[in-house]
Design a protein around this ligand. Structure first.
Ligand SMILES: Cc1cc2nc3c(=O)[nH]c(=O)nc-3n(C[C@H](O)[C@H](O)[C@H](O)COP(=O)(O)OP(=O)(O)OC[C@H]3O[C@@H](n4cnc5c(N)ncnc54)[C@H](O)[C@@H]3O)c2cc1C
Length: 392
């Protein structure tokens, strides 16, 4: 079997692989390099929605945003509050639109190829990378990889929780939704299995995606999700409804330290590079920023450097510990945060765009005892755990 040569191979053509391809292709220094995307087809099969907050006018994926909200709502023990989030808006992209757009780029550019193949092995030699799949072998000078080993991450972390969510897109008989505001977190739902909340995206006054989300290390069965959702919808909206679509998945929430490079030496991207923010599960914009930076580094011949830990990593570690060990306190902290701090301040903090003073102001509003009690945990060595891995 002959080895086909490319300039760049991207392993995994999901959210990160596609964004990486686009970032390279549209970079001013891109010079027609041949790019091969290899994917086993899993990400594209899973229909989903990506949401994120952004400043209108400056987002490279703005043309794919099918709905946006200028307000966000939060439900806590004190009630339900809705606030404007200017200068941000909260946008929504269908994965189908995302993939259609990237496949049209591939079609328009014959130097970019896409193959549905499972990568089995990547080996780095002096001249470059040799990549073997279940069909073929390939060579490239540069490899980006979305592939990561969940077992290694669970074994080398103090906290390995799962953000599990199950949702229905529903059409209701009555007009019950405020289509101007998305609900980020409504904690007024079952709390017996970890920190849990309802996430809701109203597309019209009688059409919304309602998701039950939970941060937990125990897998839930479908019956639990369905009962909890039905209960919430009946109590809050008091209407009959029909389900038009289902969405279910699991996102890792871990303090495992993802690295810039995979153990074979290729450049990790997306989840494999720790781009999923461990305390929220948001990744789309982090992936975007990372891919744009990587495209510049690789195409201008700059050295790609390993990650440095920053203070946000420390904050995430602290909160993850509290979520795992004291879920009730974690919920109290989150509720307090949204009750006392302006939404745009929180969003900027979650984007890791705040300065130390702004972070101090935010922490000053929170109950401090849980954080102080948790700090010593972070100095304990990372154990080899055997937390069961939940399959999505
Ligand atoms: C249902 C769902 C909803 C989400 N919603 C949001 C949201 O609203 N906002 C947000 O910011 N984030 C969201 N996220 C988090 C994050 O944006 C996604 O998880 C994102 O898809 C991560 O991108 P990725 O490329 O790393 O992984 P994926 O999109 O999963 O793509 C990786 C691809 O690589 C393939 N692959 C891996 N290894 C190999 C191999 N060896 N050979 C061949 N192919 C391989 C996989 O099968 C997959 O197709 C959501 C995640 C899920 C699961």
């Amino acid at each position: 079997m002959t080895t086909q040569a490319y300039d760049i191979i991207i392993i995994g053509a999901g959210c990160a692989g596609m964004q990486m391809m686009r970032a390279l292709l549209q970079h001013p220094m891109y010079n027609g390099q041949r790019i091969l995307l290899l994917d086993d087809g899993k990400s594209i099969q899973q229909k989903k929605t990506w949401c994120f907050w952004y400043q209108p006018g400056v987002h490279p994926y703005q043309h794919l945003i099918s709905k946006q909200w200028e307000q966000l709502s939060i439900g806590t023990r004190s009630g339900f509050q809705t606030n404007a989030i200017a200068p941000y808006v909260y946008g929504h992209i269908h994965s189908t639109d995302f993939f259609d757009f990237h496949f049209s780029l591939i079609q328009q550019n014959p130097q970019i190829e896409y193959a549905v193949e499972q990568v089995l092995l990547t080996k780095k030699r002096e001249d470059g990378f040799y990549v073997s799949t279940d069909h073929q072998s390939y060579f490239a000078k540069q490899v980006f990889s979305s592939s990561w080993d969940q077992k290694i991450a669970t074994e080398h972390s103090r906290v390995y929780l799962q953000q599990q969510f199950y949702g229905w897109q529903i059409e209701t008989e009555k007009k019950v939704f405020n289509a101007a505001a998305a609900t980020l977190m409504d904690f007024r739902t079952a709390q017996d299995q970890g920190v849990s909340f309802i996430y809701a995206l109203p597309f019209a006054d009688n059409n919304a995606l309602i998701e039950f989300t939970s941060f937990s290390d125990k897998p839930f069965d479908q019956q639990y999700f369905e009962t909890t959702l039905t209960d919430f919808i009946h109590k809050k909206f008091k209407t009959t409804f029909k389900i038009t679509r289902r969405e279910q998945s699991v996102i890792p929430m871990t303090d495992y330290v993802f690295q810039r490079f995979t153990h074979e030496g290729s450049i990790a991207i997306g989840t494999a590079a720790g781009m999923v923010k461990p305390t929220t599960g948001y990744a789309f914009n982090r992936i975007l920023k990372d891919c744009l930076q990587l495209a510049t580094q690789v195409l201008t011949g700059k050295e790609v450097l390993g990650f440095k830990k920053n203070r946000f990593h420390f904050y995430d570690q602290l909160l993850l510990q509290i979520i795992q060990k004291k879920p009730n306190e974690a919920r109290y902290i989150l509720e307090t945060l949204f009750e006392r701090v302006s939404f745009n301040h929180i969003l900027r903090f979650l984007d890791e765009d705040t300065n130390l003073w702004q972070e101090a102001c935010l922490f000053a509003q929170l109950p401090k005892i849980s954080f102080l009690q948790t700090i010593p945990e972070l100095w304990k060595p990372i154990p080899f755990t055997n937390i069961p891995v939940i399959q999505s």
